[in-house]
Design a binder for this molecule. Structure first.
Ligand code: ADP
Length: 392
C-alpha cells in the first residue's frame, strides 16, 4: 500500500499540493492550481519522472481543481491528507485530527486571519467531500510558537485586549522554523541546541529555538510584524497609523494595503520585491535597490540580536527560504552586522553552496547553516505523528 500523505495548502485563489512518501528516495508529486475563480484557472506541476505539465482548468473552483489534482496522483491513493492552516489561535498547540469540532474551532480563529483561514477551510471542506474515508489533519503555522512564554507573546497593552480579544503575539512560519531547527539539531549533533533561524522568502521571519521549542519570534498578531519582507513593511512605529489617518486622511484599508502590499523591498526600492532583481539592480548602481537590501539585512541582524535574549545559549544561525537559501550576499551582510556573535563565515562555502542542499558555512565559532526548508515535508511528518498518536 502507498503510505504517502497528500499535503494541501489552500489559498483564496490557489491550491498547492504535494504527495509525500515516507521514503525520501521515492519521488514526490507536487504542483499548484492557480487563478481559481477566474476564467483562466490552471494546474501546473510535475509527474513522478520530474517532467513538468500544465493543464488549463477553465473556470474551476477549489473542488474542481482538487479533482484535477487527484487525477495527477498517478493512481497513488494517500493514507491521509495534511492541511496547512495559517492560524490556530491559542486553541491549537499542535496538529489536530480534523472533525466537525476542529472545523468549528478553526472557524472561531478566523477573525485573527480573515484572509487565510477561510481559504484554508475551503480546502478542508472540499477535500473531506472528495475523500470522506481518509483521515485529515490540520497543521498550523502558529502551533510551533505556542511554547512562547508570556514575556514574549504579550504586548504591553491593556490586559482586557488579551483576555477578551486574544490580542497577543502568535508568530507564523512555524512549520519552517520547526523543520530547520530540527535539522540543525540533527546535522550539528547538538541534541536540543539554541538556534536563531531566519526564514527569508517573500514573507520573512526570525525565531529563537531552544531544545526544539520556539521561545520567541518576529511575527506577531499578524504576519506583518517583524523584519522587512518582499512587500510587507515589518515593524513600524505603532503611531504611524494615527499619523497617516490624521495628516493624510488615509483610510485604515489604505494603510493596511500599503503596509502589506506596497512596502518592504518593493516600497524601499521603488523597483521590485524580488531579491534577484534587486541584487542585479544594485550591481548596476540603482540607489533604491542598494538601500532596500541594506535595510533588509540590517533589520534581520537587529531582529536576530534581539531574539538572542530569549536563548539560554546560542549555538548557531540557520538561513532558509528563497533568499536565505540562495543569496550569499544577504547571508554575508547579515553575519557582518553581528560582529559580537563570534560568527566566522567561510566565504567559499557561503558562495559555493549548492542550491537546494544543506550546507555548513562557518570556519569555527558558532555554527552557520543553510538548510532548505521543507514545509510540505514537515506537514506530512506532523500528519503522520498525529495519526500514530490517535491510533495508540
Ligand atoms: P515564498 O515566501 O513565496 O515561498 P520563496 O521562499 O520562494 O518565497 O522566496 C522568494 C524570494 O527568494 C524572492 O525574493 C526571490 O528573489 C528570492 N530568491 C530566489 N532565488 C534567489 C537567488 N538565487 N538569489 C537571491 N534571491 C533569490
Amino acid at each position: 500500500m502507498d503510505t504517502s500523505v497528500l499535503v494541501i495548502n489552500c489559498g483564496s485563489s490557489s491550491i498547492k499540493y504535494a504527495l509525500i512518501p515516507v521514503d525520501p528516495d521515492r519521488p514526490r508529486l507536487a504542483g499548484l492550481a492557480e487563478r481559481l475563480g477566474s476564467s483562466d484557472a490552471r494546474l501546473k506541476g510535475s509527474n513522478s519522472l520530474g517532467e513538468p505539465f500544465e493543464q488549463p482548468l477553465g473556470s474551476a473552483d477549489h473542488a474542481t481543481a482538487l479533482e484535477a489534482i487527484l487525477e495527477r496522483l498517478e493512481g497513488r491513493l494517500p493514507v491521509a491528507v495534511g492541511h496547512r492552516i495559517v492560524h490556530g489561535g491559542e486553541h491549537f498547540t499542535r496538529a489536530a485530527l480534523i472533525d466537525d469540532a476542529v472545523v468549528t474551532a478553526i472557524e472561531r480563529t478566523s477573525a485573527l486571519a480573515p484572509l487565510h483561514n477561510p481559504a484554508n477551510l475551503a480546502g478542508v471542506t472540499a477535500t473531506r467531500r472528495l475523500f470522506p474515508d481518509l483521515p485529515q489533519v490540520a497543521v498550523f503555522d502558529t502551533a510551533f510558537h505556542q511554547s512562547l512564554p508570556p514575556r514574549a507573546y504579550r504586548y504591553a497593552l491593556p490586559e482586557a485586549l488579551y483576555r477578551d480579544h486574544s490580542i497577543r503575539r502568535y508568530g507564523f512560519h512555524g512549520t519552517s522554523h520547526a523543520y530547520v531547527s530540527r535539522r540543525a539539531d540533527a546535522l550539528s549533533g547538538l541534541e536540543g541546541g539554541g538556534w536563531l533561524t531566519a526564514h527569508l522568502g517573500n514573507g520573512c521571519s526570525t525565531c529563537a529555538v531552544w531544545q526544539g521549542k520556539s521561545l520567541d519570534t518576529s511575527m506577531g498578531l499578524t504576519p506583518l510584524e517583524g523584519v522587512v519582507m518582499g512587500t510587507r513593511s515589518g515593524d513600524v512605529d505603532p503611531g504611524l497609523h494615527a499619523h497617516l489617518s490624521r495628516q493624510l486622511s488615509w483610510t485604515i484599508e489604505r494603510i493596511d494595503e500599503v503596509l502589506n502590499r506596497g512596502s518592504g523591498l518593493l516600497g524601499l526600492s521603488g523597483l521590485t520585491n524580488d531579491m534577484r532583481e534587486l541584487e542585479a539592480a544594485e550591481a548596476e548602481g540603482h540607489a533604491g535597490a542598494a538601500l532596500a537590501i541594506e535595510v533588509f539585512c540590517y533589520r534581520i541582524a537587529k531582529s536576530l540580536a534581539a531574539l538572542s535574549c530569549a536563548l539560554p545559549r546560542l549555538d548557531g544561525l540557520v538561513f532558509t527560504g528563497g533568499i536565505g537559501e540562495n543569496s550569499a550576499q544577504v547571508r554575508e551582510r547579515v553575519i557582518a552586522l553581528l560582529p559580537h556573535f563570534d560568527l566566522q563565515l567561510d566565504p567559499t562555502a557561503n558562495s559555493e553552496t549548492i542550491r537546494g542542499r544543506e550546507g555548513r558555512i562557518d570556519t569555527g565559532g558558532r555554527q552557520l547553516w543553510i538548510i532548505p526548508t521543507d514545509e510540505e515535508g514537515q506537514i506530512a511528518t506532523e500528519t503522520r505523528q498525529r495519526l500514530e498518536e490517535a491510533a495508540e
